[in-house]
Design a protein around this ligand. Structure first.
Ligand code: ADP
Ligand code: GLC
Length: 491
C-alpha cells in the first residue's frame, strides 16, 4: 500500500498542537506495518535543515507552482523522520512559509496552503509515484481531494488514487472570500449556494475536504458521532450527515517513545508503574524550581493547553477563586487568548505559593508538568481526541475531564465505573459544561487523592492502559483498504 501523507505540522519539525504529534507518529507506525509511506509538510522558517539533516533535492530542482495567477518558484528538501526510514519532503517557498508563525491571519493564508497542496501533488508527479492513498489532514490540505479529482484529473497517474480526509478539529475550517476561487483555480461548477466548496457565501476548505474525499474520519468514535449534531458540527453537520456512511472515528494513538515516564529524556527522574518514587521527585524538583513549597500531601494540579474556548479554559478561570481556598497547588502552561493569559499571569503573581503559570510554549516543561502533577485538568467544551489526558494516564497523573469526544473515550470516571463494580476508573469526568460541575469533579478528585489505596488504584488503572498506535494504525490501514478498493472499482 503506497501512501502520501500531508500535514501542515509535524513533530519534531513544527508544532502548535496535537496534529503535529499525530503526524509525527502515525506514519512511522504505518511504515512498521509494511506501508510504503511518504510524508509532506511545508518548510517553515523555523525548520532547520542542519539540525534535522535535511538535504536540498537537486534531483527535483525548481518547480513552478501556480497560485493566485503567479508561478511561484518552489524547491524541496528531503530527510528521514527521526528513528525511522520514513522519507519526509519539505515544500520550500520562502514567500509563503518564512513567516513568524505557522498559521497567520495574513491576507494570503489561503494561498499558502493552496501552494502546499498543489506542490505535494506536483512532486508526486515528478516522482512518477502514484499513491494508493493521499491522506489529508485538516483544512490546510482540504482542497487536495478536489484537486486530485478535478484540476489534476488529466493526469491518469491518479486514476486509482483515493483520498482520505481526517478532521482533527472542525472549528478551524479555512474560510475565505470568493477571490480564493480564482487563486486556487477552483472549477466554477463547484461554487453555488450549497455547492461542495461553498459555505455561507465564501470558500470553505474543510467542506471541500468533506465533500470530495473518498473517505472521512475523525480522531475518536465519540467525536465522529458528535460531529453529526448541530451542537458540535460547526455548520458542517449537514454535509457530514450526507456522507455519514463514509465517516469513521479512529482514536489517536500516542508515541510512547516520546511520552513514557520510564524513558522520557525531558525528565530529571524517570519512573514506572512499579516504582512511582521518581514521580514524587519530579514534583519536588518542579516545585523547587518554581519556588513553591513542596508537600507530598498537597495535590498539585496541572494544566497544559491552548487558551482557546474549546479547552474550557473559561471554566478553569471560573473556579480559580475556589482553588485558592483549597489546600491545592496549580501549575499552568499555555498561551492563546489574551484575556486568559492575563488572568493566569495575575493569579500567579498574587499567589506565588499556590499558583504558577508559564505563558508561552515550552515542550520540556510540558513533559515535566505531566510527570510532576497529581491531577490534570482538561474540561474541554469539545475535544476531537485530546492527547494530554492520554499522556496524563501514562504518567500516573489523574485526569479530570469533561465527558466529550476523545476525553469520553479514554477517561473512565472512578466513581461511576466502580459503582458498577467494574474497577476500571482511571480519572474523573463530568457532563454539564459549568464551573459547578468542574468544581464538583475536582472536589471528588482531591478527596480521593487523600485516600492513598484508592488513589494508587486510579493511577494504576490509568498507567496500565495502552494507547499506543498499534491498534489505531491498523484501523487506518483497513480504512485505506476500503477506500482504495472502492476507487479501483470506480476507475
Ligand atoms: P490540541 O491539538 O487541540 O491543542 P491535544 O491534546 O491533541 O490538543 O494536543 C496538544 C499538544 O500540544 C500536546 O502535545 C501538548 O503537550 C502540547 N501543548 C499544548 N500547549 C502547549 C504549550 N503551551 N507548551 C508546550 N506544549 C503544549
Ligand atoms: C486537534 C484536536 C485534538 C486532537 C488533535 C490531534 O487539534 O483539538 O483533540 O487530539 O487535533 O488529532
Amino acid at each position: 500500500m503506497k501512501i502520501a501523507f500531508a500535514s501542515s505540522e509535524i513533530v519534531p519539525y513544527a508544532k502548535t498542537g496535537g496534529l503535529a504529534d499525530v503526524a509525527g507518529s502515525l506514519p512511522k507506525e504505518l511504515n512498521k506495518l509494511g506501508a510504503d509511506i511518504k510524508v509532506f509538510m511545508p518548510k517553515y522558517y523555523t525548520v532547520d535543515e542542519h539540525k534535522f539533516n535535511l538535504e536540498y533535492m537537486f534531483s527535483i530542482g525548481e518547480i513552478k507552482i501556480r497560485v493566485a495567477g503567479y508561478s511561484h518558484a518552489v524547491h524541496f528538501f528531503e530527510g528521514k523522520m527521526p528513528n525511522s526510514n520514513v522519507p519526509i519532503y519539505f515544500v520550500d517557498c520562502p514567500k509563503y512559509f518564512h513567516r513568524h508563525k505557522i498559521y497567520t491571519n495574513d491576507h494570503d493564508e489561503d494561498e499558502r496552503f493552496i501552494l502546499f497542496s498543489k506542490a505535494v501533488i506536483e512532486l508526486l508527479q515528478r516522482f512518477a509515484w502514484a499513491p494508493d492513498i493521499i491522506h489529508c489532514n485538516d483544512w490546510q490540505t482540504g482542497l487536495m481531494p478536489m484537486f486530485i479529482r478535478d484540476n489534476y484529473s488529466w493526469d491518469r497517474m491518479f486514476n486509482q488514487t483515493s483520498t482520505i480526509y481526517t478532521i482533527h478539529n472542525i472549528a478551524y475550517q479555512g474560510r475565505f472570500g470568493t477571490e480564493t476561487l480564482s487563486k486556487a483555480e477552483i472549477n466554477g461548477n463547484y461554487f453555488y449556494p450549497g455547492g461542495p466548496v461553498e459555505f455561507e457565501g465564501g470558500v470553505n476548505f474543510m467542506k471541500a475536504g468533506i465533500m470530495f474525499a473518498d473517505m472521512i474520519n475523525t480522531v475518536s468514535e465519540t467525536y465522529a458521532k458528535e460531529l453529526l449534531t448541530a451542537e458540535y458540527g460547526s455548520g458542517m453537520d449537514p454535509f457530514l450527515n450526507s456522507r455519514k456512511s463514509d465517516l469513521y472515528g479512529i482514536l489517536n494513538g500516542v508515541d510512547y517513545t516520546v511520552w513514557n515516564p520510564e524513558i522520557d529524556s525531558h525528565l530529571p527522574f524517570n519512573y514506572s508503574i512499579n516504582d512511582l518514587s521518581g514521580k514524587l521527585k519530579n514534583k519536588k524538583y518542579l516545585l523547587n524550581t518554581i519556588h513553591m513549597p513542596f508537600d507530598e500531601n498537597v495535590p498539585l494540579i496541572g494544566v497544559i493547553s491552548r487558551f482557546a474556548s474549546q479547552k474550557g479554559i473559561d471554566l478553569i478561570a471560573g473556579i480559580i477563586d475556589n482553588l485558592l481556598q483549597m489546600n491545592v497547588q496549580l501549575v499552568v502552561l499555555g498561551s492563546g487568548e489574551e484575556e486568559y493569559e492575563e488572568i493566569f499571569r495575575h493569579v500567579a503573581f498574587n499567589n506565588p505559593l499556590k499558583v504558577w503559570s508559564y505563558i508561552g510554549y515550552n515542550d520540556d516543561l510540558s513533559h515535566l508538568i505531566e510527570a510532576a502533577s497529581d491531577i490534570f485538568l482538561m474540561p474541554s467544551k469539545y475535544e476531537p481526541c485530546g492527547l494530554n489526558q492520554i499522556y496524563s494516564l501514562k504518567y500516573g497523573t489523574v485526569p479530570v475531564v469533561r465527558k466529550t469526544g476523545g476525553l469520553a473515550d479514554t477517561v473512565q470516571d472512578w466513581n461511576e465505573y466502580n459503582s458498577y463494580g467494574l474497577d476500571i476508573g482511571n480519572g474523573f469526568s463530568f457532563e454539564e459544561y459549568s464551573t459547578y460541575a468542574l468544581q464538583h469533579a475536582v472536589d471528588r478528585a482531591v478527596n480521593d487523592f487523600h485516600n492513598k489505596p484508592v488513589w494508587q488504584k486510579i493511577i494504576r488503572n490509568g498507567m496500565n492502559k495502552d494507547y499506543s498506535w498499534s491498534v489505531s494504525a491498523k484501523s487506518y490501514l483497513s480504512l485505506y483498504e476500503k477506500a482504495s478498493q472502492r476507487r479501483k472499482r470506480l476507475s
